[in-house]
Ligand binder design. Sequence first.
Ligand SMILES: [Zn+2]
Ligand SMILES: [Zn+2]
Length: 239
Amino acid sequence: MPDLHYVSFASSSEGNAGLLSHGNTHILLDAGISARRITGCLGELGLSAASLSAILLTHDHSDHIKGLPVLCRRLSVPILWPGTTFHSKDPFTIGDVKITAFGTPHDAKPSCGFRFEAGEETLGFATDLGYVTREIYDNLRGVERLVIESNYDPDMLRDGPYPPSLKARIASRQGHLSNPDCAELLSHLAMEGLRHVALAHLSPHNNTPELAYNAAAQGLSGSECSLCVLDRKEMTRFC
Ligand SMILES: [Zn+2]
Ligand SMILES: [Zn+2]
């Protein structure tokens, strides 16, 4: 396992949380599942909630923060919100991990993704983005590992059960990233040093792991990149 690594606890439109670790630095990235499940996942990794260095949040939609109130009552760790605790584009550090936040176009304001760096290792993280902006691309350029949203298959969304207004919201430039848009991003990043990809935040109604995987694999064809899909509800180690 690399020194800088990410373990997903859950990843879908229904709940998101995971752990970014480097040495003794453990950063909970989003808290959109119950505090009990977060504590259970930490336990499986041999960690207690008290070993968290910080809780870092992408934005305030409930699928990213619903475990937070209970966690906050039990813990006294720094909670870092975009826009309030980190305003500028200047990198900051937690332990020995350097973190650069960047804005994501989404219908929560503010909303952000991250570039993590420790020594020579780099990991990018971006979910809940309507499209890939220049700022996002520039921040993900050159990362070796990437956790990236691949939210919906456009045909499944069009033909699926959601009301028209919700379909339009998801597909808008303030919504979520589609499989083909994710694949296109990966095809560019694969030429910039990308080595390992984990697909995240799949919609349970408008996507399947197979469709997301196949689209991304096509985008990565010709590269040596490894590819996996984070499980919706179970722990996935992204190594
Ligand atoms: Zn979300
Ligand atoms: Zn969201």
